[in-house]
Design a protein around this ligand. Sequence first.
Ligand code: PBG
Length: 331
Amino acid sequence: MTVGRFPLTRLRRNRFDRSTRRLVGENVLTTDDLIWPIFVMEGTNNVTEVESMPGVKRVTLDRLAAHVEPAAKLDIPALAIFPVTPSEVRDEKGTEALNPDNLMCRAARVLKKEFPDMGLIGDVALDPYTSHGHDGIIRDGYVVNDESVAILTRQATNQAAAGIDIIAPSDMMDGRIETMRRDLDENGLVNTRIMSYAAKYASAFYGPFRDALGSGGLLKGDKKTYQMDPANSDEALREVESDLLEGADMVMVKPGMPYLDIIWRVRETFAVPTFAYQVSGEYAMLMAAIRNGWLDHERAVMESLLAFKRAGANGILTYFAVEAAERLRKG
Ligand code: PBG
């Protein structure tokens, strides 16, 4: 890198006016970068707000098309669907995950019919369906790996068969990507893509999401035996590499803003499509400060999203997707 010396070089010159700032801008956020996570629930004609996520809704399926319409009109490329499963449908093994008519599958069918061009991402993990709120099944107090993978694999194929375009395993079991890839292929679903939550940390920032799903109160203990230690960075590269070797098409880092260094390392090391999840706790923090008048809504949100692009993310899962797309359209 060649750096000129003051006063011949004045770095502020390139910031002098808007025209120049636009010309020298290195990164740009577009609507193509946005994935909108949505919550669906049972019942009819009902919309509820997630208390810890102001502005984020849970909707019944008859209200789903109206809920998604603005995102489709703004040409947001994909949605990530999360089902709120009533506690009476949950059990120890997350059996409902395998039901071809579970809430997720029905939501996928409704959305495919209404919005055929909208990409649908299905989270694969058992936490919406287990009575204990863990992502896999428990034996002697431990979330067992291989038995969980067997069920998660069937869950993935079940979702893909219902019309989910991109399977997104968020369970952090070992070896799940390969097993899922093979099962999808054997079922003729060779073009179903896999976006693995490859580097997913055992984070405090998922709290509001667990409220949204109603799995927070159920969760026994924590997820530290399968999700990553926030202290680790090299280990994230091993996670990503193994998922890629097992057939992942895209990888994700989660949470987002506290882990920008991980996004950067992953993108630099592997040069594969890399996604960031700006999670529920990040949304809650920003909204709390915005609602108190402590942060400027538009500037804080757009800056937080641009930061992911600068760190190397190809796309961002964000609860701000619709408002960000609106702002981008207005220019
Ligand atoms: C499920 C899952 C979680 C999130 C996405 N998928 C929660 C968890 O692992 O406990 C969190 C998303 C968010 O906080 O916005 N495995």
